[in-house]
Write a new protein. Structure first.
Length: 306
């Protein structure tokens, strides 16, 4: 299992991307004329605030068939940075091999506005804006825009599922799934969550800090009810890993929880067998492969894409 990487208040942060090492101190912000393959840094104005974000485009030629690259948001936890999150998730390596773009934005003061405080700049608006800004740099497939995040980032992607369902095809929340209901204007959206029962930051059974409260299975059940998924099934994926899946007749979009017994507050690595219905190869799979397989099965309906 990967360990949590916390943000460091230093002038330069090094990160490894394959054989290339990128130093934040010398990485220039790219212009809106385009972005080169690999990692690039960008600045945008949203809600009267300058916001920083990183973009990773795969280097391999010919990986972006029409209508464009799938796009995955990768949101850091509270107090983290985009660099921290890319190292923690490892999604750049998967993006290179699978052929998708990754955007890792930074929250204001390294925090996301969730639960939403209307007096603060809207992160939902900022992230929606980034879809268009990324598309201006490298053509993306608007039916395949996804969001994942860890901890506070998981809470933020839960909010996107509620408030941006017309632009986000599916989410995967790691250590932070919430149901910010009633979400009455949101379509049924595919939901994937990973959570450890030994998480002492966002406790599995609820409680903890004021922003948390509801337990993980209660939050997942909220999404299942929203999606009209009446059937609940369980399947072991391996030692201490259980898939809890809400589906059934009339279900608008599946809701899947991967419960990891004894696991704490971090990004999981290997989880055992592939998820039900996933496109992963037989045998063991990683959380990254599982979430990407889940995303691939759930494009945004053409009628909803914006």
């Amino acid at each position: 299992m990967r360990a949590l990487v916390v943000g460091l208040a230093v002038a330069a942060v090094g990160c490894s991307t394959g054989s290339q090492r990128v130093e934040r101190a010398t990485l220039p912000a790219q212009s809106q004329a385009g972005a080169a393959p690999g990692r690039s840094e960008h600045l945008s104005s949203s809600g009267g605030v300058q916001r920083r974000w990183l973009l990773y485009l795969p280097r391999a030629a010919g990986v972006a068939p029409a209508p464009g690259l799938p796009l995955v948001f990768d949101l850091h936890g509270s107090g983290g940075t985009p660099e921290d999150q890319l190292e923690l998730s490892g999604l750049e390596a998967l993006a290179e091999s699978a052929g998708f773009a990754v955007v890792a934005p930074e929250g204001i003061d390294r925090m996301w506005n969730v639960p939403v405080d209307p007096a603060k700049p809207s992160d939902v608006s900022f992230l929606s804006q980034l879809i268009d800004e990324v598309n201006a740099l490298a053509a993306i497939d608007r039916q395949r825009v996804y969001a994942t995040g860890f901890s506070g980032g998981g809470r933020m992607v839960s909010q996107l599922a509620c408030d941006l369902s017309e632009r986000i095809a599916a989410i995967a929340a790691i250590g932070g799934i919430r149901f910010p209901g009633p979400c009455s204007e949101a379509r049924a959206l595919p939901i994937l969550a990973f959570h450890g029962t030994a998480d002492d930051t966002n406790p599995y059974d609820g409680g903890g800090r004021p922003y948390w409260g509801t337990g993980v299975e209660d939050a997942v059940s909220g999404w299942a009810q929203h999606n009209h998924c009446a059937e609940r099934g369980e399947r072991s994926l391996g030692a201490n890993v259980l898939e809890i899946r809400h589906a059934g007749a009339g279900c608008g979009a599946e809701v899947v929880l991967v419960r990891i017994d004894g696991f704490g507050h971090s990004w999981p690595d290997r989880i055992g067998a592939p998820l039900t219905g996933s496109s992963d190869a037989n045998g063991e799979t990683t959380a990254d492969q599982a979430l990407w397989g889940f995303f691939l099965r759930h494009p945004l309906p053409a009628s909803s894409a914006r």
